[in-house]
Structures are given as structure tokens and as C-alpha cells.
Design a protein around this ligand. Structure first.
Ligand code: HEM
Length: 145
């Protein structure tokens, strides 16, 4: 998926990375009891990350067609895709788990669960982002020749 020949996926990916980086900081700060208002920031930035990541995934999926299916680049792209899907699920869990428990968790436990899910998502995102970088800078995926 391209605009004037420029792949859309790299235009979008910086937004979820930035939003989720703020979100994980806010979840951890909330769990550590640093400030009450971190809850709202965490939910807002996490939700924004989830929405834009979904758009990025659609754009990324369309780019897969440009990669030779038997190549090492496709192997890396498949790992990148699976890891980023896992990241998305982690941040979704951070958003919904505290509420989904239906009040079974106290506030401190809910904040801890959200921070843990977001923390795992963030660590996975660093690996997925590195693999995305390999696709562009090592295998020249999306580079105009
Ligand atoms: C279905 C999921 C995804 C697929 C199939 C996918 C596929 C790709 C492909 C093919 C590239 C090579 C560049 C291009 O052609 O656009 C790439 C790069 C990249 N992707 Fe993804 N991607 C997915 C999800 C994500 C998500 C959710 C993020 C961020 C949260 C992300 C972050 C990156 C980054 C940082 C790069 C390197 C961009 C650059 O350095 O210019 N990807 N991805």
C-alpha cells in the first residue's frame, strides 16, 4: 500500500511505537503509585496505539506481496508480523484485563496486571521493531530501485 510510490507502513509505525512507549511508562508509574492521573494517560495512549497499529498492520500486510516467499526476508517478515501481532494483544490485554475481571481485582492488582502486560508488549515491540529495521536496511524491502 503506497502513496506516490512511498510505502505507507513506515509512515504509520512511529505513532504506535511512540504512543505505546508513553503508555508503558504511564502504566508502570500508575502501578508504582506515583500519580493518580497516569491512569487516564495510559488508557488514552494505549488506545491510540492500538488503533494506529491496526492501520499499520493492514499496510504492512499489503507489503508482504513484494517479498519473495522463499527468501530469508520473508522469514524475517513473518517473525516481524507475528511478534507485532503479539505486541498488539499484550497492549489490548493491558487495556481490558483490569476491567474484564469485573471488580474481582483490587485497584493495585489491576494496575500491576496492566503494567505487566504493557511491559511484556514493550519488550516484544523492541524485538519486532528491530526485525522491521532488518527488512528495510538489510533486505531493502520497500526501497525503490
Ligand atoms: C501484520 C503486521 C505487520 C506486517 C505484515 C508488517 C510488515 C512490515 C514490512 C513488510 C516492513 C518493511 C518496510 C515496508 O515495506 O513497509 C516493515 C517494517 C517495519 N515495521 Fe512492520 N509490519 C507489521 C506490523 C507492524 C507494527 C504493528 C509495527 C509497530 C508498532 C511495525 C513496525 C515496523 C518498523 C519500525 C519497521 C521498519 C521501518 C523503517 O525502518 O523504515 N510493524 N513491516
Amino acid at each position: 500500500m503506497r502513496i506516490f510510490g512511498h510505502p505507507i507502513h513506515p509512515m504509520l509505525v512511529h505513532f504506535p511505537i511512540a504512543f505505546w512507549t508513553v503508555a508503558v511508562g504511564a502504566y508502570v508509574a500508575g502501578a508504582a503509585g506515583i500519580l493518580e492521573s497516569f491512569d487516564g494517560i495510559a488508557k488514552f495512549t494505549n488506545s491510540a496505539g492500538l488503533i494506529i497499529a491496526m492501520l499499520a498492520m493492514v499496510a504492512g500486510l499489503t507489503e508482504l506481496r513484494t517479498i519473495d516467499s522463499a527468501s530469508e526476508a520473508m522469514r524475517v517478515a513473518t517473525w516481524h508480523m507475528m511478534i507485532m501481532a503479539a505486541v498488539w494483544i499484550c497492549f489490548l490485554l493491558a487495556l481490558v484485563l483490569p476491567n474484564a475481571a469485573g471488580g474481582a481485582m483490587d485497584r493495585a492488582t489491576a494496575q500491576l496486571v496492566a503494567a505487566a502486560a504493557a511491559g511484556v508488549g514493550f519488550l516484544l515491540m523492541t524485538v519486532g521493531g528491530w526485525l522491521g529495521g532488518r527488512l528495510v536496511y538489510e533486505f531493502s524491502v520497500g526501497i525503490k530501485r
